[in-house]
Each structure stands twice: as C-alpha cells, then as structure tokens.
Design a protein around this ligand. Structure first.
Ligand code: GLU
Length: 302
C-alpha cells in the first residue's frame, strides 16, 4: 500500500457512541481537527460502535450535533464500524492464517477465578492479564466445544506474534513514532506484551477495539492518529497488528487528559458534564476552548 508523496495527511476523531460527548472529547476532536487544518490535511469522523449492546442511535446523532457546534466539518460518508464486521473478520482470518490467534471459550467468571491466583498481573487498563486458561486446547477439544455451540473469543498469542513481527522487521525493534505537543517526533519502543494475550475478536461481536481501529486507520488512509493519553499503551498492540497485517504505520500523538476535580479522567460512564448540557446551559464555543485550555481560540460571533 503506497501513498503518493504529495497526498495530504489524514486525521480522524473516532468516538464510541455509548454516551454523550464531554469536555475530554471536545479537546480530542478539536486537537485532531486543528492539526488537520494546520497541515492542510483531511479529517474523518469515525463512529466506533462495534459494541452494539452499548451503542445508541441517539448518541450518534448527538455526536454529529455536538461536533458541528464545535465548528468541525468532516468528510462523508462517515464510517460506522458496525457496518464493517466482515472486513474485520477478514483481518482476523489473516492473523489466524499466520498462526498467532487461538480460540478461548472461557467465561468471564472462569477467567476471573483463574486470574485471582495472580492479583498483581494487570494490563494497562487495570484488568487481569489473561491467565492462559485455553491457550493450549487440543484441536479435538476445540472441535468438540464448537460442535456443542460454545462461543469463542480469539486471543493473540502475544509472544508468538512479537516473534513473528520481529522476523517481518528483519530483527529491527517494534517501535512507533510519537509527535509531542511541541511537534517533535520521538521513536518509542512498542511493548504489546503488557496486554498479555489480548482479545482480538470478541465472543459477542466479530471484532475488538484493537482490531477495528487498526483495520480502519489503514482503510481510511489515516496518517496521523491523535487521541488521548489513556490510549497510549494500546499503541504498542496496534503497531504489532499493523506489522503482522502489512498495514502502513501512522504517526501518533497522545494528548493530555482532562481530569475531573477528583483527579480521575473524565468519563461518560461517570456521568461527567456533557457538551450538550454545557451548551444548553448557555456555554459558547469560546467557553469550551477556554475550559479545555486550547490556545488561539478563534474569534467567534456570539
Ligand atoms: N473509540 C475510542 C474511544 O472513544 C477511541 C479510539 C481511538 O482514537 O483510537 O475512546
């Protein structure tokens, strides 16, 4: 996959429609959008709704409304991940053919019980590392469980995958390029092993965040991934998947997070004030820019 040297850079904002956008999203969306404008680049909005149980149409409609209010424009059609499951499965098939995925039939409670033996082994999100329960199931056992109708997630054998990526990179280290807030580029080591054998295809939905984001950044020709620091650790795993799937390598910028008064990051699930509530209570774009501490707020007609 080659890009013409003169092609404009491509940025994206990729919210999940499982709640109303809050100030952290405003920072993220404006950050990506303004970087795209400064670079005379293109800007995509992508709806990350693979979690069909938590995604709601009303939140998708609100995303369009809130971002338009923030002054953003984006290319159409907007990619909605729930419409692209076959494409993610094709990527998963490629990983399976490389021998780096294995099925895991274990239930959440079985995994939690096995992980309790090692309570300090946690992934960067604080979830227990997969304790390897179904890592070495025999082919007969797998066939039997499938015949019984048991559902399986597909997990990456991360050590095996790293070894394969190393061979594909001719022994060069797995890295990614981070652009800092001053615009300087840094080459950083990617450490996907901190996620353990992460889920690449979920049981209940034929994709996972990691697989879909990597597939779509490539599909949309994204050259610059801008997102919050809460996703910094995920980048190592994304780079691993990109190398295995022969996908291009974007540049990354992970912006600061906005914290609530109690020091935790803002979250829809914690009911932090939504942009629409702020707007309905009379806030203007200039207020939002001031609160999220974005400099160079443009002049705005009240
Ligand atoms: N959908 C993710 C979220 O809302 C962001 C994905 C990304 O930017 O890579 O947190």
């Amino acid at each position: 996959m080659t890009r013409p040297l003169t092609a404009p850079p491509v940025f994206r904002f990729a919210p999940s429609p499982n709640g109303y956008l809050h100030l952290g999203h405003a920072l993220s969306a404006l950050d990506g959008y303004e970087k795209a404008k400064q670079a005379s680049g293109r800007f995509h909005l992508r709806i990350e709704d693979i979690d069909t149980a938590r995604s709601r149409e009303v939140y998708i409609a609100a995303i369009f409304e809130d971002l338009a209010w923030l002054g953003l424009t984006w290319e159409v059609p907007v990619l909605q991940q729930s419409q692209h499951f076959p494409r993610y499965l094709a990527m998963a098939d490629k990983l399976t053919a490389l021998g780096v995925l294995y099925p895991c039939f274990a239930t959440r409670s079985e995994i939690a019980a096995a992980a309790a033996a090692n309570p300090t082994a946690l992934d960067p999100d604080g979830a227990p590392l997969y304790p390897g329960l179904h890592k070495h199931l025999s082919l007969e056992d797998i066939a039997l469980r499938r015949a019984r109708g048991e559902q399986a997630a597909l997990r990456v054998d991360v050590e095996k995958a790293i070894a394969l990526a190393g061979r594909k990179l001719d022994g060069q280290p797995l890295t990614f390029t981070e652009i800092d807030s001053a615009g300087l580029q840094h080459t950083l080591n990617a450490t996907p092993q901190i996620w353990g054998d992460a889920v690449i295809v979920r049981k209940e939905t034929p994709a996972s965040y990691h697989l879909a984001v990597v597939a779509d950044d490539a599909f949309q020709g994204v050259t610059h991934v801008t997102r919050g620091r809460d996703l910094f650790a995920a980048t190592g795993l994304h780079r691993l998947l990109q190398v295995l799937l022969d996908l291009p390598e974007p540049l990354y910028s992970h912006h600061r997070l906005l914290l609530g008064p109690d020091g935790r990051k803002l979250a829809k699930s914690a009911g932090d004030t939504s942009l629409r509530d702020l707007r309905n209570s009379g806030a203007r774009l200039s207020d939002i820019r001031r609160i999220v501490q974005l400099e160079n707020a443009p002049n705005e007609t009240p």
